[in-house]
Design a protein around this ligand. Sequence first.
Ligand code: ZN
Length: 253
Amino acid sequence: MQNDFLPPAATVYANTQLYEIYAEPSPEPQKRSKKKLRWGRIFCFALLLAAVLAVFSLLRGEETVADLSTLPPQDICIVLDAGHGGKDNGSSAEGVLEKDLNLQMIMQLGENLKKKGYKVLFTRETDRFIELEERAAVANRQKAHLFISLHCNSFTNETANGTEVYYNAENGAELLATAIYDSLLHKLGTKGRNYSFGRYTVLSHTRMPGVLIEVGFLSNAGERAKLCDKDFQADAAAAIAEGIESFIYGKAD
Ligand SMILES: [Zn+2]
């Protein structure tokens, strides 16, 4: 049957020729466009990579605090660091050595946190010397979520007394410090001296929210007596544990 819609054979031929003439590219521009395409892809990939990295670095700040509250205590690792030890006594007064008080209180804190279900690791559980960098390295290697270093203070003026808490530059550390500071002052009734950013080696080397607590002054006779008292030590440990709990879950039990 005759198809009335088909164009005459000559027209089809002419169109094909036309197409071939225009479609045939010269070799030079093709090379250039392939090169352009490759650079375009590399540029797009780099742009995408930069965007992903930017989003990650933005999220990283909020990640620590937000994610911890979604974890059960048994998935949260807390490294506890009793200041000084071994050949390093820390401060001392009237035969009382700071390293001993730090260890006594940190072991009680560990018990408190274990009872609450947290995974607890110690930088030292005995009277032994550890370098400051190594204390931070323990927490970093274990990928701990929080780092708590415990100390007692000392000053030439014996009237100086009260509690101080220092925090590192990791996101959430200041909140952790204030939670512990408030809890300590509330439970111990000590004078609140300060909580602030601290340039201590153990804090600057830890890659998770970390705090250094100065519970009280060994150089102050009244506070020294309290620091040596078992009930006061138990209260200090309980207060720190409650501060940690309130930082993570926004509450204390
Ligand atoms: Zn100390």
